[in-house]
Design a binder for this molecule. Sequence first.
Ligand code: 5GP
Ligand code: MG
Length: 444
Amino acid sequence: MISKIKEHCGIVGIHNVPDAPRIVYETLKFLQHRGQESAGITFLDKDRLSTVKGLGLVEDALDPIILKSSNFSIGHVRYSTTGRGVIDEAQPLSDGKIALAFNGTIPNYINYNVRIDTEFIYEVLKNQEDIRQGIRKLVDVADGGYSLVVLTNKGELIGLRDPKGFRPLVLGKLGSGYIIASEDSAIRQLGGIVIRDVKPGEMIYIKNGSIESEIVARDEVHFCSFEYIYFSRADSIIDGVSVYRARVRLGEILAENHPAKADIVVPVPESSVPIALGFSRKSGIPLEYGLVRTSVSKRSFIMPSQDKRESIVEEKFGVVGEVVRNKKIILIDDSIVRGTTMKKLVKLIRENGASEIHVRIGSPMIRYPCYMGIDFPNKKELIANDKNEMEIAKSIGADSVEYLSIDEMIKAIGRQDLCHACFSGMYPLKHSYDFSKLSVSMKG
Ligand code: 5GP
Ligand code: MG
């Protein structure tokens, strides 16, 4: 059995709103960018929780016809690192009495007799008379990054953000009841009212329409910088910081400190558009959409083999020949992970007649795996693991490559309390982990 050790996902829970499962279904579509591998919904049906799940995008995975009417529901969209046998590990995980949907990674699950971290959470919660007691225990034993929603067959809805606050989670008002979701943009898009971010270490407990808040544990906050750089929607605001503004600032600082002589700035759509906008405005070099995104929805990143990843990149992008021909280009992306995307794009743009290509990246070099919920591969696969900027330029065929430094990134986002483990190797966890060991236990 192959288990996933990494979940970067979207979650939602709804309490006391008519047609909650249908609303959860809509919300999952608004959170689709956070996970495209599977989708699932649990809802309260009389005094039992029912769960439906499927593989792929929300609209392929779930048939809204089979959702019953209910006022209580949670849902999940999922990403993980391998592409096989995922349906039994799709979420929500439920035994009919409690259901949980989870975004993050809890790497110390390997010390327990469970296959994956989701099961670890379930094992801690399942035999507790009072679900709040289970949550307190979970926070006590879990080491990692996690945001979580739990629904019980008594109609209780719980939202929890880990004490270091690695992943986002937001509380809102929706009609007669409440909603808890990964991003505020999804709540607003539904017509709900955003109340506030769930605080790091905070448990929100909603029963019979009334809300209790409890800080279960306090710790130093380390919010995931990659949520701002790439992962969250640009129209989200996380802990008071606009994702869009952060991305524009990444681009501005990139232009200030890592300039290049060029005719046009070209973003790799979609995630790097605000970064390229910031770069263009600051440098005065015009922004041009030299790359278009086709409607191929599969993300190259999650394809299981390198061959497949490469062919998907080719399907995903088209080049506007007349924009790039005979031009010196600054090509902007939010990040380079394995280098697959950049290598292909540089080649495609050159084939279309560009004279120079200077790659500028709106994040620092990704050199370490993540154990807190982003699915970066092990060190050996990361292109920046053993290469400097010049060597990377050579390897992807660009005239130059420059990244932001960690300090520049922190300045751009404007938060001091960011996790930068994937860039720095400094893991703000209680214990240290070895990706290769986790991989071994994955296969066990
Ligand atoms: P690479 O092709 O270098 O392996 O990955 C870099 C590309 O993947 C960039 O265009 C970036 O926007 C995107 N990317 C970065 N991190 C992630 C991730 O966690 N998931 C997915 N699907 N894409 C990512
Ligand atoms: Mg991208």
